[in-house]
Design a binder for this molecule. Structure first.
Ligand code: UN1
Length: 502
């Protein structure tokens, strides 16, 4: 089946007439999901022009009504949750419980955005002059270019698109090439909700979808002078480029980039809880989360016992197609992603001191041969200078390090260029609070896994994980709006601030 772009309210093919295949990573040869447009510069420019034109009207729609659109989007997503999740698992591989969670995160974001349409609070402040009033409002910015990854094909686009729309911006959405179907479903839902809520006042071009390659569609969005803001989640390499070009063009840029998240386990911690958490954090989503636990830092007193238990549990994880019952871990999203994982395992094996205690190879038994499966892998005796301790792998590989005390644990945790998520397991309240203070990360969990952020809280990281913006909750609205200060002088005379009153 051939899918299309949405430009100016019309579903249409790319100007190129070309398509790329989308296949199931758990059953590559036998399950073709669809053909998606390989779009060109002409498609991007047409979508941006449409979004620019639509902005003139959309910015005037009352924010609560813009919120009503998101309410309907959320309602439709609730109705279609199971089907969306099933198709998402088919498209990118993570297990059905997780794709339901991904969809739920989108639903939560929709309802938050719907209610934000009735807030978008401004501030007022007293004037320093008599008979004068000072107010400030959030105003929309213009056209947003939204570029998203494949690992959360529903939640991440919603984190960006919903607040952008509620604030009164229009959108050109370029989803990951590996997950175009979920993007198509989302945009269909948004367009349907627009038509339901706005009726005869429907505005074409508020949301546009352009499928294709980052090197073409992403680059053209970046180059287009009418794109006012770019929100991107993906690699630090690409993020740096977007920041450079966007900076030169004075675009507003929000970046969510890499992570090398760690879980610390102190010797007073609840071991079983810490064990459940690391299994979930490291191997959930096949390790393909920005927030995945890719380092485990164990206090020396519990190190050996913990590893023994961990090994026992990892061996029980069941690999398979995520839409089948009882499966814990799905495939890597693509052949090349699995190759990257395998290369990192080889890098780990080349380290003299590091020991690979399980996994370390492609999983090819029975039906697993049909997909891009990789065995959950653990390296112990890892030291902070090793590449497997520093670089993001984005796969089912866990590096275990040892610490003597809290200070050393935190120092190891902080010893990477990234700072997204982090976790510490301890029952010592003083250690917990010191960790909250000293860990360099945008997210810290006490006695919880590094994954599982909630949609209404600030999401993002410090250091090379981003450029200081946060998604989620109230914080994301700062990115999608800017401030207008308004002074109302009702004195009937010219009053010169800072001069006539002092
Ligand atoms: C990501 O991996 O890019 O906190 C997003 C979590 C999810 C979102 C992850 N709610 O793990």
């Amino acid at each position: 089946m051939e899918f299309q772009n949405l430009i100016n309210g019309v579903w249409k093919n790319s100007a190129s007439g070309k398509f790329s295949e989308n296949r199931n990573p758990a059953n590559w040869n036998d399950d073709l999901i669809g053909m998606f447009p390989l779009s060109t510069e002409a498609d991007v420019n047409e979508a941006v022009d449409a979004a620019k034109e639509a902005f003139k009207k959309w910015r005037l729609v009352p924010a609560p009504k813009r919120g009503d659109v998101l309410k309907v989007v959320g309602d439709i997503m609730v109705e279609r949750k199971d089907e969306i999740a099933f198709e998402m698992t088919r498209e990118m591989g993570k297990v059905i419980a997780e794709t339901k969670g991904d969809t739920q995160e989108g639903i939560d974001t929709a309802f938050y955005a719907a209610s934000e349409g009735r807030r978008l609070f401004g501030y007022n402040a007293p004037s320093e002059l008599y008979n004068k009033m000072n107010l400030s409002f959030r105003i929309p910015i213009g056209v947003g270019g939204i570029i998203t990854p494949w690992n959360f094909p529903m939640a991440i686009p919603t984190w960006k698109i919903f607040p952008a729309l509620v604030c009164g911006n229009t959108v050109v959405f370029k989803p990951a090439e590996l997950t175009p179907k979920t993007a198509n479903t989302l945009v269909h839902i948004i367009d349907e909700a627009m038509r339901i809520v706005l009726g005869k006042d429907y505005i074409p071009g508020v949301i546009n979808l352009v499928h294709g390659k980052g090197s073409v569609v992403g680059e053209c969005l970046l180059a287009n002078k009418n794109v006012d803001l770019i929100s991107f989640t993906g690699s630090t390499l690409v993020g740096r480029r977007i920041n450079e070009v966007g900076g030169r063009e004075l675009k507003r840029v929000s970046l969510e980039l890499g992570g090398k998240n760690a879980q610390i386990v102190m010797d007073d911690a609840n071991m079983d809880l810490a064990l459940d958490a690391v299994l979930w954090g490291a191997f959930g989503t096949t390790g393909q989360r920005c927030t995945a636990t890719s380092r485990l830092i164990l206090h020396k007193n519990i190190h050996d016992k913990f590893i023994e238990k961990l090994l026992e549990r990892v061996k029980k994880l069941k690999l398979g197609y995520g839409n089948e019952k009882g499966v814990d871990v799905g495939p890597c999203v693509s052949e090349s992603q699995r190759e990257t994982v395998d290369e990192y395992v080889k890098i780990g094996l080349n380290e003299d001191k590091a020991k690979m205690i399980t996994g370390g190879e492609k999983a090819t038994e029975g039906n697993l041969a049909k997909g891009w499966f990789y065995k959950p892998t653990i390296f112990t005796d890892v030291t902070p200078d090793m590449r497997i301790a520093k670089e993001e792998i984005f796969g089912p590989v866990l590096s275990v390090l040892k610490c003597n005390d809290l200070d050393e644990g935190v120092k190891i945790l902080n010893g990477t260029e990234y700072g997204l998520s982090s976790s510490i397991f301890t029952n010592n309240v003083n250690d917990a609070f010191r960790a909250v203070r000293d860990i360099e990360a945008g997210i810290t969990y006490i006695n919880g896994a590094t994954i599982g952020a909630e949609a209404h809280m600030p999401f993002g990281g410090v250091k090379a994980t981003g450029n200081g913006h946060r998604e989620g909750g109230w914080t994301v609205y700062d990115f999608y709006s800017e401030w207008k200060a308004v002074y109302i002088d009702y004195s009937g005379k010219l009053q010169r601030a800072q001069i006539d009153n002092y």
